[in-house]
Design a binder for this molecule. Structure first.
Ligand SMILES: [Zn+2]
Length: 103
């Protein structure tokens, strides 16, 4: 799976079939409905991270990114509120410059 951090550090961001399923679920439940509602493409800063990539970006050791269940998207209050009020999520965090959402 593509990762700028992995490329820069020579890490293979290896993903399993189960993690791909989780990413598809994340797209279906959150990212695609969000894109459809606002009618604009959504930039994904970070999605799946293998252990090495997660460590390299100082991600939480049990981060949902490790399972392909989380995405980081650029901060947008309308997106944040829409997810909060309309879409399923187990985590929704205002990280300052971006939104972290997990399902
Ligand atoms: Zn995140």
């Amino acid at each position: 799976m593509h990762s700028n951090t992995a490329d820069a550090k020579g890490i293979e961001n290896r993903i399993t079939a189960e993690e791909v399923n989780n990413l598809q679920r994340l797209c279906k439940k959150v990212l695609e409905p969000l894109r459809a509602h606002f009618g604009k493409p959504i930039h994904i800063n970070s999605g799946f991270r293998c252990k090495e990539v997660n460590a390299a970006v100082h991600g939480a050791p049990r981060s949902y990114h490790l399972q392909g269940r989380a995405a980081d998207i650029p901060w947008n209050k309308q997106y944040f509120d829409y997810i909060k009020n309309n879409l399923p999520h187990v985590e929704l965090i205002n990280e300052g410059g971006w939104i972290h959402v997990a399902v």
